[in-house]
Design a protein around this ligand. Structure first.
Ligand code: 5GP
Ligand code: ZN
Length: 143
């Protein structure tokens, strides 16, 4: 198993610090977030240490995706919220604080004071199609 000695989530996987576990298998673990944004806010992590989407093994990620579908449905069934957010921050600039890949699963009700939001005025100016084509090309060439 790939571990990082001082990583909080690796310590949770090793049982060195406590957590409220929802489920685990050979590859992943789901547990409750210690500072929940809402009742039922939990985290899905790989048991091996990967920092984020930039270094994760794709087979591990594929397994995480399957278990994410399970966890999201379970949280939805348990709390019957208006919706459930799945979020991943990759890097501190995106808001990642714990440098071990994790997917937030957060029940959300309409009007909640958290969530992924676009600014109110974001639709004022539509992008130029030629510029979008150039940007798409730049991304498609950047493997
Ligand atoms: P990030 O901002 O990196 O996407 O989210 C990290 C999450 O980990 C935060 O929501 C935070 O509350 C949670 N967290 C940080 N330390 C611990 C811990 O020791 N135990 C648990 N269960 N969650 C933690
Ligand atoms: Zn770790």
């Amino acid at each position: 198993m790939t571990t990082s000695e001082d990583c909080i989530f690796c310590k949770i996987v090793r049982g060195e610090i406590p957590s409220a576990k929802v489920f685990e298998d050979d590859v992943v673990m789901a547990f409750m977030d210690i500072y929940p944004l809402n009742t039922g806010h939990c985290l899905l992590i790989p048991k091996d240490h990967y920092t984020n989407m930039f270094d994760v093994d794709k087979d591990v990620l594929a397994h995480m995706a399957r278990r994410l579908a399970d966890l999201t449905r379970m949280v939805n069934n348990a709390f019957d919220p208006d919706g459930v957010l799945n979020t991943i921050a990759n890097g501190s600039g995106a808001g990642q604080e714990v440098p071990h890949l994790h997917i937030h699963v957060i029940p959300r009700n309409r009007g909640a004071n958290f969530g992924f939001r676009f600014p109110d005025d974001y639709r004022e100016e539509m992008a130029n199609p030629d510029e979008l084509a150039q940007i798409a090309k730049k991304i498609s060439k950047a493997s």
